[in-house]
Design a protein around this ligand. Structure first.
Ligand code: NAG
Ligand code: NAG
Ligand code: NAG
Ligand code: NAG
Ligand code: NAG
Ligand code: NAG
Ligand code: NAG
Length: 254
């Protein structure tokens, strides 16, 4: 009986270890789903994030943002946008030109974001953005203490993200706008006190099979064979054994 129990326990443990072979350890109590990676030996190295002082951090090209929410099923995460610098209508990432994503990496800005550019120059009137005096950004500025300083900056604009020009950046600069704010899935008709917390939603491309140097990199719970990647010369990947297929959300062959 004891032996059977032990055996069952070992089986269970093994199932667990196989399932999480590539997943990074939790960050405090927050799971770090595959393919996100907080270290060299877990997750997929193209999907790097950071675990720092108890928080998950997303690094853009020149700035860092804390991660508020991760949804592995939809392959999305929400970061907190930069705050305003003191009592100004300038966001703290203005010197770095706002959120700049590296377009060689698998993350982009989703079309669920309603973005408000604040403290803009008149040049924005020539843009396709909604910079009218009844644009939603005025509702935001008028109604929140956070953006109180922006009352002194008359021009602001609102738009829904997405499309090639905004897929990899929310750009602020002196010749354009000096601050921004963003809300995910904002209902423009909702009263201000029902708006969600500010956030910028990013999406990641489905990860491909893990890169390997030898079969040893693939064995650990992977059920796959290390072989050359037909799409990239010189790169090998752990391709699933026949009858199994790559589950890019769980990060294993199933
Ligand atoms: C708006 O941005 C300009 C240029 O960055 C800055 O000089 C000005 O102080 C900002 N306005 C407010 C109200 O913060
Ligand atoms: C980001 O940092 C690099 C290196 O310091 C610099 O060359 C580049 O201009 C910066 N980009 C922005 C948008 O600030
Ligand atoms: C963008 O990502 C690529 C691939 O990881 C890297 O080689 C490159 O240095 C990155 N560029 C910047 C500006 O960070
Ligand atoms: C700008 O936004 C306001 C408020 O949402 C809306 O009533 C108006 O029709 C928009 N203007 C344009 C040109 O889209
Ligand atoms: C914001 O406040 C200004 C000044 O009080 C007012 O003229 C404007 O109509 C308000 N705009 C919105 C969209 O609430
Ligand atoms: C962002 O990435 C997703 C996932 O790969 C893709 O479906 C979407 O078209 C991309 N969006 C833009 C605007 O490039
Ligand atoms: C590997 O695949 C076989 C069947 O093809 C299955 O019995 C076994 O549980 C799989 N192992 C893992 C670790 O997924």
């Amino acid at each position: 009986m004891a032996k059977l129990l032990l055996f069952t326990a070992a089986l269970l443990l093994c199932a667990v270890c196989a399932m999480s072979a590539n997943r990074c350890p939790d960050c405090g109590t927050t799971p770090v789903p595959y393919p996100l990676s907080t270290g060299a030996d877990c997750g997929d190295q193209e999907y790097k994030i950071r675990f720092d002082e108890g928080k998950l951090i997303f690094d853009s090209v020149n700035s860092s943002y804390s991660i508020a929410f991760i949804s592995p099923e939809t392959q999305r995460l929400v970061i907190r946008p930069a705050s305003f610098a003191g009592d100004t209508c300038i966001t703290t990432d203005f010197p770095k030109q706002g959120i700049q994503l590296n377009n060689s990496l698998p993350f982009n800005v989703t079309s669920s974001n309603t973005i408000m550019f604040l403290n803009c120059t008149e040049s924005l009137f020539r843009s396709p953005l909604n910079c009218s005096s009844i644009s939603l950004c005025h509702t935001y500025i008028n109604g929140t203490q956070d953006a109180a300083a922006c009352v002194d900056a008359p021009i602001c604009c609102t738009f829904k993200a997405g499309g090639s020009t905004t897929a990899y950046s929310i750009r602020v600069r002196e010749s354009g706008c000096s601050a921004y704010q963003s809300f995910v899935n904002l209902d423009p008709n909702a009263p201000l006190d029902r708006w969600p917390e500010p956030g910028v939603e990013l999406q990641w491309v489905s990860p491909r099979e893990p890169v390997c140097r030898s079969q040893a990199d693939c064995t650990e719970g992977m059920n796959s064979t290390c072989g050359p990647d037909p799409a990239t010369t010189g790169v090998s990947r752990c391709f699933c054994k026949s009858g199994l297929s790559w589950d890019s959300i769980a990060g294993l062959c199933a």
